[in-house]
Write a protein that binds this ligand. Structure first.
Ligand code: CDP
Ligand code: MG
Length: 835
């Protein structure tokens, strides 16, 4: 460990400012501290985390009455003409043939694993069968069936569909609950909710008392929340012998889940699909008349300014990406064996580059030459979808614009938008659905005949080197590719176009890696502690496929460093807050601190910027000009992060004045990324409000906050990613971190262009190792800010000696050291009162 040691000079007035702010907040939070004592569960009273409706003790008589009413209503619907039509429709689904045997298995086994082809009726039918049976048996008043979905949009749309199939409105016997929204009523007996909502319920109701059935849907996706929920459910089973658990999967690897639950019985619903012909890149190039070399030069991004910039950026990458991709694939290396640099070159094969052109070419081919039928295009994210949609709307090769209907389908759309996807288009109109991997299993569009598969999906991946999560397009698994292909065969034989070479497909992994193995575990660790599930390591070792113990240790270590866990691995006050925010703890900490110190607005922008890609675009031949713009936005604050804030604010203003497009063009900004930042900011604001950190009366005018404070808040989130700024050697500033020694700053960083940096430290977002370590996105900060907002502090052996959680040491006057430690204690008290 090399420990840069430096003397500290802190201005008295700044410390007074901090203490004043702390004081102010301590007073303001007094009232809510009183409320908390009346709320024994320690959950903020206004929190939406409060789970399902209160189950007031109801007399037996009332329960019986409700059961009878439900029974009568159900019978009436079944007797009605519309009801009979609906029953007939439902009876045509493959699941119906197994209705009785499914119900029998549910009745006789505590755990049942159900697998079945997408669209066979798992999600809409099985929970409904259980509900119908309970109602028929006169238990309608007392049953409580919960079906979890990995995505908000599926919870909402499935609930709506099931209610309609029962001839009801949402909120009668069927309801839904997702974060910040929900419709359910006193009589709601079947609730569709996100997995996260059920996990929140466990906070106040660890045995799920009153719940009769838990159905965990889409378990094949191996989402972190679902894997986590399974560990908890397995734990609850012995305590709740009457509880029924049903796991539903779209793929055939049911034994894995069955084994986990002591050989629980499995049940497969065979579905029928027509054969689908698979085309890989090699055939597609023939089909669309392209040659691989030509594709490198395709120039059809049109004349939109930002696309031209994007294109130039991609052009450079494209040549290397195609070549290395094909080379790698041909050399027969399995994807897992690819080393880091190969993998990053593979990941450049993105739909915005080569893939984007191919998709357009294919769509033109289908529209002009192929038989009727809807097209489903799998893309990586809504930004790409929006861009392609714009592009297609102005592409003359697609034919008469009135004869194509382009519909986006992704997790961010409303459920009314989603309904459009299921509609059959008018005759002679080609429906083209641009979807994320959501349409892979959780949504079934029946009239699809053509599938275009870009081969990628955006997934959070964890780069152990940086210890930072990133949402990157990564190659899908063989199972996913087959699943996508299968979407084309619902109504007649179909065609699937995989726009990557066959050898690339052969190199895909068989099944998606569990998310538990791909993402940093910090949030999960906090959740384990907040649910009182014992030791983190002990708990995670009970997972179906336990995560690597090194990444568990890493996560615990980081949580200790940022002050979310104490030395005994128990939650600190900060940790408790962070466990209620569904974002990475580092982003969460920044948001919490930002709201306490009255500078939430800029912090929201920074948090959104860190979660998305860089809003600045730098075209190859205009890089200097682009970097100069970034520099202008950030130089006064000595920060890349605050450059985002200034650029975002200026963009908002330009938008009001109606010249946002020109503004983006002139300043080398991507309006799409800025739009995405804008919507993510809104979500972050909601979350922080929901966690009880934001109410209009405690909102401090942001003008009160100096940019120095903002640096501190940024540090609170980015710590321990700190580097010391060394004095310039030969006119070049040098940087050093505790772990890596000397490091460099990314060329386009604002700080890299400064002749001298008036701050002793910088905090950074990311580091990349390419021989030498390069830091990305940095903000210069003072000693004070580092000491006040960095991780836990410890007293050193001598007077005035402070040691930071990451090993940095400081020497100062003993008075100053005492003051700093007092301020930190005060801050902790503030967080405690916030509970
Ligand atoms: O869950 P699984 O993939 O097995 O199927 P499902 O979601 O229960 O869908 C069964 C059938 O209902 C499919 O044919 C869907 O197209 C249809 N469905 C629908 O028409 N509208 C919805 N909102 C949901 C499903
Ligand atoms: Mg389903």
């Amino acid at each position: 460990y090399k420990r840069p040691i430096r003397k500290v000079s802190i201005s008295k007035s700044l410390i007074q400012d901090v203490s004043a702010l702390l004081e102010q907040h301590l007073d303001e939070k007094h009232t809510s501290a009183e409320q908390i004592t009346q709320n024994p569960t320690n959950i903020p009273a206004n929190s939406v985390f409060n789970p399902l409706p209160e189950r007031f003790p109801v007399s037996n008589h009332v329960v019986q009455m409700r059961s009878r009413l439900l029974q009568e209503k159900q019978q009436a619907w079944r007797g009605s003409p519309e009801g009979q039509k609906m029953m007939a429709l439902r009876a045509s689904l493959p699941a119906y043939k197994q209705r009785e045997s499914l119900l029998e298995s549910v009745a006789n086994n505590q755990v049942l694993v159900v697998s079945g082809e997408t669209g066979c009726g798992k999600t809409t039918q099985l929970p409904q069968y259980i509900l119908e049976t309970e109602i028929e048996a006169g238990r309608g008043g007392s049953c409580s069936i919960i079906c979890t979905q990995p995505r908000r949009i599926s919870a909402m749309s499935v609930a709506e569909r099931v209610a309609a199939e029962r001839g009801e409105l949402l909120g009668e016997s069927v309801g839904y609950k997702v974060r910040l929204e929900g419709t359910r009523g006193r009589d709601t007996r079947l609730l569709f909710c996100t997995t996260g909502i059920l996990l929140r319920r466990l906070l106040v109701d660890p045995s799920l008392s009153g719940v009769t059935h838990v159905i965990v849907d889409e378990i094949h996706e191996r989402g972190m929340n679902e894997d986590f929920l399974l560990i908890v459910l397995k734990d609850i089973l012995p305590r709740r012998p009457d509880l029924r658990i049903i796991l539903m999967s779209a793929t055939l690897n049911a034994e894995l889940f069955s084994n986990y639950f002591n050989s629980a019985p499995t049940c497969h619903i065979p579905g029928f699909t027509y054969p689908v012909k698979a085309h890989f890149l090699e055939d597609i190039l023939d089909l669309t008349g392209h040659r691989l070399t030509e594709l490198n030069q395709i120039d059809d991004y049109g004349d939109s300014k930002s696309w031209k910039m994007q294109k130039q950026l991609n052009n450079r990458k494209r040549k290397t990406s195609v070549n290395s991709l094909v080379e790698n694939a041909m050399s027969g290396m399995s994807f897992e064996q690819c080393n880091f640099s190969t993998r990053s070159s593979l990941s450049r094969w993105d739909p915005e580059g080569l893939g984007f052109n191919l998709i357009q070419a294919l769509l033109c081919h289908i529209c002009r030459k192929e038989r009727p039928g809807a097209v489903l295009v799998f893309m990586t994210g809504w930004e790409e979808i929006a861009a392609l949609k714009d592009k297609l709307l102005s592409n003359p090769l697609l034919g008469d614009p009135n004869q194509v209907l382009i519909l986006p389908c992704h997790g961010g759309m409303s459920s009314s938008e989603q309904k459009l996807i299921f509609n059959h288009p008018p005759p002679n109109v080609r429906k083209i659905v641009l979807a994320t991997n959501m349409a892979e299993t959780s949504i079934t569009i029946n009239d699809v005949v053509f599938v275009i598969d870009c081969g990628k999906a955006k997934e959070t991946s964890y780069d152990a080197l940086n210890n930072t999560p990133c949402l990157l397009p990564t190659w899908i698994s063989k199972a996913s590719a087959r699943q996508r292909r299968g979407r084309a065969g619902r109504v007649q034989p179909g065609e699937a176009y995989h726009i990557y070479p066959k050898p690339v497909f052969d190199a895909f992994i068989d099944y998606q890696q569990p998310e538990l193995h791909r993402v940093p575990l910090q949030s999960l660790c906090l959740q384990i502690k907040s649910l009182n599930l014992g030791s983190i390591e002990g708990f995670l070792s009970k997972a179906m496929q336990p995560p690597d113990s090194l990444s568990v240790k890493n996560a615990i270590h980081l949580l200790k460093i940022i002050g979310a866990l104490d030395d005994n691995e128990e939650l600190t006050h900060l940790g408790r807050h962070l466990s209620t925010l569904p974002v990475e703890p580092t982003i969460g900490k920044m948001l919490v601190m930002g709201s306490i110190f009255g500078c939430l607005e800029p912090v929201l922008t920074i948090a959104a910027g860190l979660s998305l890609r860089d809003p600045f675009v730098s075209p190859f031949d205009k890089r200097d000009m682009a970097d100069r713009k970034r520099f202008d936005f950030g130089v006064s604050c000595c920060s890349d992060h605050i450059a985002y804030v200034n650029a975002y604010n200026a963009w908002r203003q330009a938008k009001v004045q109606g010249n946002a497009m020109d503004f983006c063009w002139e300043n080398f900004l991507s309006s799409q990324t800025l739009e995405a930042m804008h919507s993510l900011r809104k979500q972050f604001r909601e979350l922080i409000k929901e966690a009880g950190f934001l109410s209009s009366d405690i909102f401090v005018n942001e003008d009160q906050t100096s940019s120095e404070f903002l640096g501190g808040i940024i540090c609170s989130g980015l710590f321990p990613r700190v580097a010391a700024i060394l004095p310039p050697k030969n006119n070049v500033v040098h940087f050093k971190t505790v772990e890596d020694g000397e490091v460099l700053l990314n060329q386009n960083s604002v700080l890299a262009k400064m002749k001298s940096i008036p701050q002793p430290w910088l905090v950074f977002h990311e580091k990349v190792k390419t021989g030498i370590v390069i830091l990305r996105d940095a903000t210069g900060i003072s000693d004070t800010m580092l000491l006040l907002f960095g991780g836990q502090l410890n007293r050193g052996s001598k007077q005035g000696h402070i040691i930071m959680a990451n090993g940095l040491e400081f020497f100062m006057s003993s008075n100053l050291a005492r003051l700093i430690l007092e301020l930190r204690t005060e801050l902790d008290r503030l967080l405690q009162r916030k509970m």
